[in-house]
Write a protein that binds this ligand. Structure first.
Ligand SMILES: [Zn+2]
Ligand SMILES: [Zn+2]
Length: 346
């Protein structure tokens, strides 16, 4: 089979590789039918995730068809169409018992990180019973690829950690795939206003179609003043950080109203300056996290019913064997007007 492998910082290769095999009776082998590229993959290629070693198949999102199931797998059989979760869960450890699958002692985020991932024709999924979902018949499988990672991440770590409530004024800093997913999932909780902040006018325009009530281009450096002007000088109830840079975190901490919540979703590579000298008196809450995908069953239902339409995030499609071109488009997202790319293998 073919797979996209990491070749050290800045390098990847589409190569012929052995098809994965069942290693433990709880494993399944899935034939990938659709996968995608994540911002995290770009972090890996940038050398920010040193645990990823030479030769590792990248990718942690996708849907496919079960090819082979280990002897201890009860919920899935060959031929089943499945949604793969970016997080592997053993279902038995201390963290899994608390639904914190992100920190599973024998799983968590391992796909395309510590074990071979989904940007390949076949992938081995450990603990299949507790790490995959059946795809309801008649579903839009492209839409469901967004449920492997970005929708649960934005919902759990952004919207739910931020405690978005009906009538809230919220700001989402970063209109990339995760920020846009936060925009879609926040609307399940009926906030009164959603302010999107980004550097890219094309993404801001798109965010209005997805439900943003206000947009702010932060390239002039006055995003904080403009959020304050929009909120009568009060600030926002919830600020969702969906970028992962000190400057975007700083915007979020400056626009919180008293009692506000800052939900950090962005992957940070550098320290940020936390202004506790200003925040300590304001009764604010700051949260962080890695997705557990505990909301995936709920999201499957809301997508199935049409309440959320994550397929809106897909801007480009390529056959899986043209994944190198897809990476080029995704890396130059502003120029290519790209949000999510779908790689298909069916
Ligand atoms: Zn991802
Ligand atoms: Zn576990």
């Amino acid at each position: 089979m073919n797979a996209l492998i990491f070749r050290g910082p800045g390098k990847f290769e589409w190569v012929e590789k052995d098809k994965p095999t069942i290693q433990k009776p709880t494993d399944v082998i899935v034939k990938i039918t659709k996968t995608t590229i994540c911002g995290t993959d770009l972090h890996i290629l940038g050398g920010d995730v040193p645990a990823v070693t030479d030769g590792r198949t990248l990718g942690h999102e996708g849907v496919g068809i079960v090819e082979e199931a280990g002897a201890a797998v009860n919920n899935f059989k060959p031929g089943d169409r499945v949604l793969i979760s970016c997080v592997t869960s053993c279902g038995r450890c201390e963290y899994c018992k608390k639904a914190m699958y992100a920190h599973c002692e024998d799983g968590g985020w391992i796909l395309g990180h510590l074990i071979d991932g989904t940007q390949a024709e076949y992938v081995r999924i450990p603990y299949a019973d507790t790490s995959m979902y059946h795809i309801p018949s008649g579903s839009d499988e492209e839409a469901l690829v967004m449920l492997s990672d970005i929708l649960p991440t934005s919902l759990e770590i952004g919207v739910i950690n931020g405690g978005v409530q009906p009538g809230d004024v919220i700001a989402i800093v970063g209109a990339g795939p995760v920020g846009m997913s936060a925009l879609l999932t926040a609307q399940l909780y009926s906030p009164a206003e959603i302010i999107m902040v980004d550097l890219d006018d094309n993404r801001l325009e798109l965010s209005k179609k997805f439900g943003a009530t206000h947009t702010i281009n932060s390239s002039e450096g006055n995003a904080v003043e403009r959020v304050m002007a929009l909120t009568d000088g009060k600030g926002v109830d919830v600020a969702i950080e969906a970028v992962g840079f000190p400057v975007t975190f700083d915007i979020c901490q400056q626009i919180l109203k008293p009692g506000g919540r800052l939900a950090n979703v962005g992957v940070h590579g550098k320290p940020v300056e936390l202004h506790l000298e200003k925040l300590w008196i304001r009764n604010v809450k700051i949260t962080t996290g890695l997705v557990s995908t505990s909301m995936t069953p709920m999201l499957l239902k809301t997508v199935q019913s049409g309440k959320i339409k994550p397929e809106q995030l897909i801007t480009h499609r390529f056959p899986l064997n043209q994944i190198a071109e897809a990476y080029e488009v995704f890396k130059n997202a502003a120029k290519a007007k790209a949000m999510k790319v779908i790689l298909y293998n069916d």
